[in-house]
Design a protein around this ligand. Structure first.
Ligand SMILES: *[C@@H]1O[C@H](CO)[C@@H](O)[C@H](O)[C@H]1NC(C)=O
Length: 151
């Protein structure tokens, strides 16, 4: 006699468990996606970023985190992408206004100064740059930055 109720309860629980997956099906911000595609292009479209494809939902892309309620990208981490020597730091990172954390590591080919556009990243609190050929100063940020960490 109790069995149908149990089955109903399991269905309800299953529905609750699958709901978050359904919510995350909405798309990330179009401007953020365009900026990420420009970053990928600037890095020479490395195989590491093969999931970064036009007309796809950037929630499904590797090497980043996107806020599930706002659709804004807040964390990008690119390690060991095998970029060619002399590849400049893509200025398009400056077009990710909700970026809080950016890591660029193990890319000896990544060269030159940190793009001045980084000064626009007013929410950036962690910038990790390690084992690259990046040199020079961190741009003057318009807003006070809490913790910029250069590794
Ligand atoms: C720097 O990155 C390159 C490319 O991934 C790697 O081969 C090398 O071992 C790294 N060097 C250090 C000191 O981690």
């Amino acid at each position: 006699m109790a069995y149908p109720w149990t089955a109903l309860l399991s269905s309800a629980i299953l529905l609750l468990l699958t709901a978050p997956a359904a919510l995350s099906a909405f798309d990330c911000n179009a401007g953020d996606r365009a900026a990420l595609l420009a970053v990928k292009h600037g890095l020479g479209s490395p195989p590491l970023l093969a999931t970064w494809l036009p007309n796809t939902n950037c929630f499904a892309w590797d090497n980043l985190y996107c806020d599930t309620t706002t659709g804004r990208v807040y964390n990008v981490y690119i390690y060991d992408a095998g970029v060619a020597p002399g590849t400049p730091v893509p200025a398009a990172f400056g077009d990710l206004p909700f970026l809080e954390s950016l890591s660029l590591e193990d890319m000896p080919g990544l060269s030159g100064p940190i793009a001045p556009s980084f000064a626009r990243l007013s929410r950036l609190s962690l910038l990790g740059i390690s084992n690259t050929s990046v040199s020079g100063q961190v741009p003057a940020f318009s807003d006070p930055i809490r913790h910029i960490i250069l590794i």
